[in-house]
Design a protein around this ligand. Sequence first.
Ligand code: ZN
Ligand code: ZN
Length: 348
Amino acid sequence: MTATTATVRVMSPEEIAARAGGETPYFVWPARATVFAERAMRLKQLSRGHAMEGYLALMAAVAEAQQAELAALAAAPGLPMPDAAALDAAARRGVPPLAAGDWPRDAAWHSVLQRLLDRVLPLAPEPARALLQQWRAADAEALERQADALLHGVAAGLDLAAAPFIGAALQVVWTHLLLEVQRTHASGGQPFGRLDDPGLCPCCGSRPTASLTRSSGESLGQRYLHCSLCSLQWHLVRGKCSHCGDTQGIAYQSLDTAEQAPEDDTEDAAASRAAKAVVQAETCDACGSYLKIVHSDRDPFVDPVADDLATLTLDLLVSDAGKARSGVNFMLLFGPPEGDAAPPGGAA
Ligand SMILES: [Zn+2]
Ligand SMILES: [Zn+2]
């Protein structure tokens, strides 16, 4: 695929706020019944004829397994949760109550991982299957070391081949905890305060995978950041860098395939196609980072995680232009070569 980029003019945050009117909900909660199932469907849809077809199909199976595990957690005895006082104290201190790196993880996620691997292992190609079989049998200490590295964003010692699966299990647990907080504290108003850094998840402090423009209800046209761990979405005004808060040096780039470009292509025509792009990279000149934005008003089936994964070519283009990726996607981790990873048995 030959690809070029096109830059589009965007409205300022003030212009957008003026158009939006009304009260914008600060949080959009995941739907327990469909959050991972919809991702699985999107991954399957995107996989057909894609250069990464096999991997996207495997990740679709992972997302399906996540949905089943989320349902199983709902039916199981409750995991330890922050109570109302802990939520309140966190909100007062401006810290996330279920902080990814600090919350005492219940070992329940190990069995989530094992059942998830049981479902997807038969679909994994060799040699990944052999490696995942080792992780299926890994001891608790080795698993916790991987989780620590993943949740603290530390590449050293992280097994990148296993990370999508370990990340998937942790996502199930955190999404469950988030939904339990919503269920048990919904009557007391918003359970989470706002953090000083609006680019971090108010529930778990993780970085977003991407942002999403919404196409329905009170959130029409508004942009939300999608948490890479707990699936919460929180509002951030459009045209603002999620990494440094700058609004001046923001630009948008998108893939513009050669097949779409007519022979008599013009700059205006290219800009118009880019303005219809379902996935864009929102780049910031102030801090040199980018985060993808997916548009549900242009395609109702977009999913921040799936569409991010399926547009790896856009990452290559934008990073060639010198911008650093700020989004986190456990299904798509960039890190050192596999040789640096610790074996599942762990050289303790
Ligand atoms: Zn979160
Ligand atoms: Zn920035």
